[in-house]
Design a protein around this ligand. Structure first.
Ligand SMILES: Nc1ncnc2c1ncn2[C@@H]1O[C@H](COP(=O)(O)OP(=O)(O)OP(=O)(O)O)[C@@H](O)[C@H]1O
Ligand SMILES: [Mg+2]
Length: 269
């Protein structure tokens, strides 16, 4: 069915990933994590780590923090390719910051640290967000605390935010990474949604897309939660398919049977 979401009186697909920061869901049970990340940046802490299974909402949590920090003197730089060796990693960072790439590793490092010091003079606090950090090369990890070291390790000029899968935490616990780990005071393990979160999340996304109707029956939501183990990206996919299927059958409510059919077809369970 084309524009199946119009069947539900919605103005857009409710579980689409393109959602403006201002419309993101602020999970009641996880709001303290957002406060903690915002606090870490405002207090110019050196390191933040956020780990969690795929699709539990780590990147969205960062976007919520970014939204809260808007208007403050903070420059956020997002690095999405964590698979580079040290020199190319720093080059990527230079590129993201609008700096001219340099040939040697030492020159790139110098350009970066000089830039960070310049920002400090302008009272701007840089934050480097490294997504998929579990993939970082060991030589990049080895160097991160050096990148964050200014004025004989007495100045807090830069915050590094590492985001990744739970194995990132295990890597940081290795003896080899203890110099970095000891500088990361804000440590967040983001868990899957609990049942109340799933209800809140689905309601939020439906409201944002244009309806206040309780389209999902409560036992359907319970099964949706169970079948997806509270992973939001899975909820997005399954809930969308349920809405599509119910619409094409002319059902005005997504009941437990529809969720069950979709989960079986999706083979999550
Ligand atoms: N706070 C939120 N508000 C609205 N939607 C959300 C929120 N958190 C997660 N989602 C939904 O779940 C999807 C997955 O979230 P996100 O990309 O943040 O997960 P992730 O933990 O970063 O996953 P990965 O480890 O694969 O990068 C998003 O595309 C979005 O649709
Ligand atoms: Mg992510």
């Amino acid at each position: 069915m084309r524009d199946w979401y119009a069947f539900w009186g919605l103005t857009r697909p409710p579980f689409f990933k393109e959602l403006e920061d201002a419309l993101l869901w602020v999970p009641t049970s996880k709001a303290h994590h957002i406060d903690r990340i915002v606090g870490a940046v405002e207090q110019r802490e050196t390191g933040v780590v956020i780990v969690g299974e795929p699709g539990v909402g780590k990147t969205c949590l960062l976007r919520l923090a970014r939204h809260r920090l808007a208007g403050q003197s903070v420059r956020l730089t997002y690095c999405h390719n964590a698979t580079l060796g040290r020199r190319d990693f720093y080059r990527q960072l230079c590129h993201a910051l609008g700096l001219t790439p340099k040939a040697t590793a030492a020159a790139v490092f110098y350009a970066l640290t000089t830039h960070v010091e310049e920002l400090a003079r302008e009272q701007t606090h840089p934050v480097f967000l490294l997504d998929e950090s579990q993939l970082l090369h060991q030589d990049v990890l080895d160097h991160l605390h050096i990148l964050a070291n200014y004025g004989w390790d007495s100045k807090a000029l830069l915050t590094v935010v590492l985001v990744g899968l739970p194995e990132l935490w295990d890597r940081l616990l290795l003896r080899r990474n203890r110099a970095l780990w000891s500088r990361i005071h804000c440590r967040i393990h983001l868990g899957e949604a609990v049942p109340a979160d799933t209800v809140e999340y689905v309601r939020h996304r439906m409201t944002t897309a244009g309806t206040d109707q309780e389209v999902f029956a409560s036992d359907a939501l319970a099964l949706l939660h169970e079948g997806t183990a509270g992973r939001l990206r899975d909820i997005d996919r399954v809930a969308s398919e349920c809405l599509r299927r119910a619409a094409s059958n002319g059902h005005r409510i997504v009941d437990r049977a529809i969720v069950s059919q979709v989960l079986t077809a999706d083979q999550i369970r």
